[in-house]
Design a protein around this ligand. Sequence first.
Ligand SMILES: Cc1cc2nc3c(=O)[nH]c(=O)nc-3n(C[C@H](O)[C@H](O)[C@H](O)COP(=O)(O)OP(=O)(O)OC[C@H]3O[C@@H](n4cnc5c(N)ncnc54)[C@H](O)[C@@H]3O)c2cc1C
Length: 401
Amino acid sequence: MRDIAIIGGGLVGLCAGLVLQHSGRRVSIVEAGNLEQSRSDGLNARSIALSASSVQIFKALGIWRQIETQAAPIRHIHVSSRGRWGVTRLQAEDYQLDALGYVIESHALGRYLLDAVDSSNNIKLEQTAEFESIAQDAAVTIGYRKNKRRQKLQAKLALIADGANSKARAALGIRHQNFDYGQAVVISNVEVSQPKADTAYERFTPQGPLAMLPLGGKRYACVWTLAPEQASTACAGDDAEFSAALQDCFGFRLGLIERVGKRFSIPIQRTRADALHCGRCLLIGNAANALHPVAGQSFNLSLRDIACLHELLCENNLAELDDELSQIAHDYERLRAGEQRRVIRYGDGLVTTFSNELPVLDHLRAAGLSLLDLVPALKTQAAFAGMGMTFGGNRLLRGRL
Ligand SMILES: Cc1cc2nc3c(=O)[nH]c(=O)nc-3n(C[C@H](O)[C@H](O)[C@H](O)COP(=O)(O)OP(=O)(O)OC[C@H]3O[C@@H](n4cnc5c(N)ncnc54)[C@H](O)[C@@H]3O)c2cc1C
């Protein structure tokens, strides 16, 4: 019998394993894919923005130093609205921080997590193992198929981390809601002629926000919200057409857009589970909340969910907690639901308020941005929301296990 079983070894499942294996807990991860195959794809690689709260958690896990070698810091954020006078600037030094956040290629982050999992004696990672069934009474029994053979795993607690289309969530009978924003986001890496060190840009346009995140050197990750048909056109056109359209929208703050990588278009939608627990099973990551990528919050939010769970389980042996596990599951849902709702609202606000062509909203947007620059308290609130620091702390968020 394992202490904890995790279904899904994506970024969130691996992080949960690394956090919860502490204090000698035995963790098993059941992952359908082969994680060793993940590798860099040059200018076409996908990236993820890490908030200050995520950095704290990686520090507590003792893996931040390795991750940092591949992560580009964001020390300045420049926010503007296309065709309007409102501009706001956030600076890390104003908050006595080394950086407001970091950007890293997802495959590099995954590689470091996988190395840490491999070097832990407490984690057993089953790859190419496809989840099939779940049953629970005094323990959770998970059925999976590996090498065409059916296998079983028993644990006191199970974490469901198999993504937005979670099969395990469905097997538990937990329903979910999908919300489609009727927009799409185009993701592409670009190289510019005049990079600005450690500076990220967020530009609001009538179609939606455009973010340029520094990847180091001349490279930036572009996340551009457009109407679905515009996104299809942007992806279908050649590199020169895409560069010209992006340059027209973003302007020349970074000089010329010299090279562009492959374009991917993703519909902007979010998925939210109706409940975060069922008996001894808890939902984390995209299985619980898959937010749209524009706000860059899903992974960061999931890490804070894991930090909360770690706090609830504390350093106790799960055997000693057996009677309290269902109370812990309830507490996890109660404690996390509020922040999850707030982050969803924040993301919704970014897409809807800043993607609306009503003239009155246009003025409010501009006024809002300038106001933000002038009123430090408001700016601090916005910066801290982006960094995931608004909603209180726990041991992991203070950098301690
Ligand atoms: C373009 C884009 C940009 C983003 N940028 C950011 C950002 O800047 N900051 C941020 O915080 N978030 C960002 N996100 C969100 C972030 O990528 C996700 O929140 C995070 O990757 C979710 O991880 P997960 O492990 O929960 O789910 P997934 O990544 O979906 O992983 C699920 C895992 O479960 C496995 N699995 C699935 N089914 C089964 C099964 N039946 N049996 C066993 N295993 C199974 C899969 O193989 C997979 O490994 C972005 C998302 C996108 C799309």
